[in-house]
Design a protein around this ligand. Structure first.
Ligand code: AMP
Length: 401
């Protein structure tokens, strides 16, 4: 077990906190979605109320190691100050660290908060080589007594600010990472059963590791979205012009066999909504999977499939969903995705959404607030579901045994 902020006495100590302030900004630099800032507040408020001196850091976008004004964390500092109701000291320094930043960090009083500039302004931050990251990590660590990692969104990456700093000072996790690990960890290791996983999205090859790991854990696996057609094709169906991941065909067969051997129920679509073109306004219609016309492509699961999936969801103890059931960005092909989100929202199960597109869909259609947990980290939650260790968590200190 890894240590959390509850395991450390912060009184009079300086905490260096890695947040995920990677928020979307419009052309004028206005924050268009503050979910990630709101998500970071519990940890920051806990530290402030426990007498810590607080130094926050984060990346924003991909400045590729070059200081660029449009990737400055200045708008985050302003928004954060408003939300915390206290001053947040911020100086946009190209090097992230500088004499003034260091001097200010050293002069903080208990409860004071400052924010460093975008850690990705330094190319050492996310260099592939940990040795190259190390000097920057050491400089960051020198500012503080303890490292608090609360950025789940980057926990699957070993960067100077996500894992490197933990080499030099005590390191614990914040509330956000703790919550993510609790929900995802329990869903995979100790779920309320039956555990039903729903997977969608574009390509099978992208999700192989996830499917392989899930087959070992779930009671039922429901497959929709673009990747369903590769499975259907591998079962001998003609899929017309639907998305086919030709390289994934053999794998699809193997995964179906694995599921069968493991006693896992594996549900594929029984009907689809097929269209004449990849276009919302293209002529379209519902057809059985045995009757997909050669010149059409399936862009959503059909109503009978949606009904079957909803039935499985209603009977589940835990539901884990990743990947849309169709091209939900086009209103004419969003019904299957909406049906799954609605069934989850209405079920009494523990409901988890891992991953960007399904989280976006649940939010867009108004169901996000009715899920037990919507993961904030797309890539990180996927790697966790794959069963991989997350470097940003691995680097933290273990609880004493
Ligand atoms: P992923 O990033 O792999 O989760 O894929 C998400 C994308 O898959 C979304 O943008 C969907 O529009 C797309 N998608 C879902 N179903 C289909 C489909 N049947 N054909 C083509 N693309 C799809």
């Amino acid at each position: 077990m890894k240590q959390t902020i509850r395991d450390f006495d912060f009184k009079g100590r300086t905490a260096l906190v890695r947040c995920d302030f990677n928020v979307p900004l419009d052309a004028e630099g206005n924050i268009t979605d503050d979910t990630r800032i709101v998500g970071a507040l519990p940890t920051i408020q806990y530290l402030v109320s426990h007498g810590a001196r607080v130094i926050l850091m984060s990346h924003l976008g991909r400045p590729k190691g070059e200081p660029k004004k449009e990737f400055s964390l200045a708008p985050v500092a302003a928004d954060l100050a408003k939300k915390l109701g206290r001053h947040v000291w911020f100086q946009s320094v190209e090097t992230v660290l500088g004499d003034e930043v260091r001097a200010h960090a050293a002069s903080l009083a208990p409860g004071d908060v400052m924010l460093l500039e975008n850690t990705r302004f330094r190319k050492e931050e996310d260099d592939k080589d940990k040795e190259v990251q190390a000097p920057f990590a050491r400089q960051l660590a020198a500012l503080a007594d303890v490292f608090v990692n609360d950025a789940f969104g980057t926990a699957h990456r070993h960067h100077a600010s996500t894992a490197g700093v933990a080499d030099y000072i005590p390191a614990v996790m914040g509330f956000l990472i703790e919550k993510e690990l609790k929900y995802l960890g329990e869903a995979l290791e100790n779920p309320k059963r039956p555990l039903v996983a729903i997977l969608g999205g574009a390509k099978v090859s992208d999700k192989i590791l996830i499917i392989e790991n899930l087959i070992k854990k779930v009671d039922a696996l429901l497959i929709g979205g673009g990747m369903a057609y590769t499975f259907l094709k591998s079962e001998g169906y003609e899929i017309g012009r639907s998305l086919l991941d030709a390289d994934g065909l053999g794998l699809a067969q193997k995964l179906l066999a694995d599921a069968k051997a493991g006693g896992v129920e594996f549900l594929l679509p029984v009907d689809v909504k097929a269209a004449a073109a990849f276009d919302n306004d293209a002529p379209s219609g519902i057809c059985k999977i045995s009757e997909i016309p050669a010149d059409m492509q399936g862009l959503d699961i059909g109503p009978e499939t949606a009904r079957l999936f909803a039935e499985k969801i209603a009977g589940a103890g835990t539901v884990l969903w990743n990947g849309p059931m169709g091209v939900f960005e086009m209103p004419n092909f969003a019904d299957g995705t909406i049906a799954v989100a609605k069934a989850m929202a209405e079920s009494g199960a523990v409901t988890l959404i891992g991953g960007g597109d399904s989280a976006a869909a649940a939010a867009q259609f108004g169901f996000a607030g009715r899920m037990s947990h919507v993961s904030t980290g797309g890539g990180a939650s996927l790697e966790f579901i794959e069963g991989k260790a997350l470097p940003g968590v691995e680097a933290l200190d273990d609880k004493p045994v």
